[in-house]
Design a protein around this ligand. Structure first.
Ligand code: CTP
Ligand code: MG
Length: 335
C-alpha cells in the first residue's frame, strides 16, 4: 500500500516549487547579519586573547554550517590547550572577563551537559553560547558546510525541514524530539539515498582532510568544488524532495531495524551497532548515527512518548504534501 502511495506524486507538485523556494529565500540570513556575527567574534577574540594568548575561537553550529536561518544565536568554541585544565574554572574566568566588558546577561552554566557561557552583545543584539574544547563540533560543522556546497537542494530541503520542525514543536531535545543537527543529518542521508544520488558520501571517498580529535579520526574528501555537478543527473525539485522526505519518514523508514548513517551513505542495521535494546536512557527508537562519534545515536533523546509525537508529525506532513491544497501554509501551522 505504502509503496503505491509513495509513487503517486501529486500533479501540481511543480506549482508548489515556487512557493517553497520563496519560503527558503525568506529564511536566508542577510549579509549584514553575517557582518555583525564577525564583529562579535572579533570582539570576543580580543578579550579572550588578553587572558589566554594561545587560545583560539571557532564558530560552529548553524552560524557556520550554512544551515542557519536569519536571527539565529551564534555558537562559539574556545579551544585552549592546557594539560590540567578545569573547564568550570575556565568558564567562570571567561564569564568574569566578558562581564567587565559591557556584554549583557553573562551567565556561566558549568553544570550543563555541554558547559557554556551565555551572553548577549548589546551592540549587535546577537546572543551567543561559548563552549570549551568541543573540537568535534567544529569538525562536524565543516562536514555539514562542505555537503551544503555540493548541491543547493540540501540547503533548501534542510531550511524547510528545520522551519517545519520549529513550527511544529519537534525541535526540542529536552522534550524528547530531535536537534537541528539531527534533522540536517537526516536531510543529507536522504539526498545520498536518492536515485540518481544527489549527494555523495564524503567519508567514503579519498580523504583530503583529516584530523584526530579525542581519539576519533575524522577524515573525508573536502575538495567539494570538484563535486558541483554531482547531483545533476537527478532533476528532482525541492517540492518533490520535501514530499519524498516526509513520505520516507512517515511510511518508508524501518524504525525497528534501521540506522541512518551519513558516514557510510547508507542504511545500516541496529543489530550491527547493538542498538537493539534499551541501555540506561538510550532507547534507540529512531536511530541517527553521528558521522564521527559513531557510538552516538542522535535519536537517543527520543522516548516512548515523543516517538509517537514525532511519527505523528511525519505522517501529518506527508498527508499534507499529498492532499492539502495549500501545503506551504498548512505544513508550518503552529501546533
Ligand atoms: N552538536 C553535536 N552533537 C549533538 C548536537 C549538536 O555535535 N548531539 C553540534 C553540531 O556541531 C551542531 C551544533 O552542535 O552543528 C549546534 O547544534 P544545534 O543547535 O542542534 O544546531 P544548529 O545548527 O545550531 O541549529 P539552530 O539553527 O536550531 O540553532
Ligand atoms: Mg544553534
Amino acid at each position: 500500500r505504502n509503496l503505491k502511495w509513495m509513487m503517486e506524486c501529486r500533479s501540481d507538485i511543480d506549482r508548489l516549487n515556487a512557493s517553497f523556494l520563496e519560503i527558503y529565500e525568506s529564511l536566508i540570513p542577510r549579509e549584514e547579519e553575517k557582518v555583525k556575527q564577525k564583529q562579535l567574534l572579533a570582539l570576543l577574540e580580543k578579550l579572550v586573547c588578553k587572558e589566554w594568548p594561545e587560545a583560539r575561537l571557532y564558530l560552529y553550529g548553524s552560524c557556520a554550517n550554512s544551515f542557519g536561518v536569519s536571527k539565529s544565536d551564534i555558537d562559539v568554541c574556545l579551544v585552549i590547550s592546557d594539560a590540567d585544565l578545569n573547564k568550570s574554572e575556565v568558564l567562570l574566568k571567561l564569564a568574569d572577563i566578558l562581564q567587565s566588558d559591557n556584554l549583557q546577561n553573562v551567565q556561566a552554566l558549568t553544570r550543563a551537559r555541554v558547559p557554556i557561557v551565555k551572553l548577549k552583545d548589546p551592540a549587535t543584539g546577537i546572543s551567543c553560547d561559548i563552549c570549551i574544547n568541543n573540537v568535534l563540533a567544529v569538525v562536524n560543522t565543516k562536514l555539514l558546510r562542505d555537503y551544503a556546497e555540493i548541491d543547493e537542494r540540501l540547503r533548501q530541503l534542510a531550511f524547510i525541514v528545520k522551519h517545519w520542525a520549529k513550527s511544529r514543536g519537534v525541535n526540542e531535545t529536552y522534550q524528547g524530539t530531535l536537534s537541528s543537527y539531527a534533522y540536517v543529518l537526516m536531510c543529507i542521508h536522504f539526498l545520498q539515498q536518492r536515485r540518481p544520488a544527489i549527494l555523495p558520501c564524503l567519508q567514503e571517498m579519498e580523504a583530503t582532510y583529516s584530523v584526530t580529535v579525542d581519539d576519533v579520526e575524522c577524515a573525508f574528501f573536502d575538495q567539494v568544488e570538484k563535486l558541483r555537478n554531482f547531483g545533476s543527473y537527478n532533476k528532482e525539485t525541492i517540492a518533490q524532495l520535501v514530499w519524498a522526505f516526509f513520505s520516507y519518514w512517515a511510511y518508508g523508514h524501518n524504525y525497528a531495524n534501521s540506522v541512518i548513517s551519513v558516514r557510510t551513505g547508507s542504511i545500516i542495521s541496529k543489530q550491527g551497532k547493538d542498538w537493539t535494546r534499551r541501555v540506561g536512557n538510550d532507547r534507540h527508537l529512531i536511530c541517527i548515527e553521528d558521522p564521527f562519534e559513531t557510538s552516538h545515536d542522535l535519536g537517543r533523546v527520543v522516548d516512548k512518548f515523543s516517538i509517537r509525537v514525532l511519527r505523528g508529525e511525519f505522517e501529518r506532513a506527508a498527508e499534507i504534501m499529498q492532499y492539502d491544497p495549500n501545503p506551504c501554509v498548512t505544513l508550518f501551522e503552529p501546533y
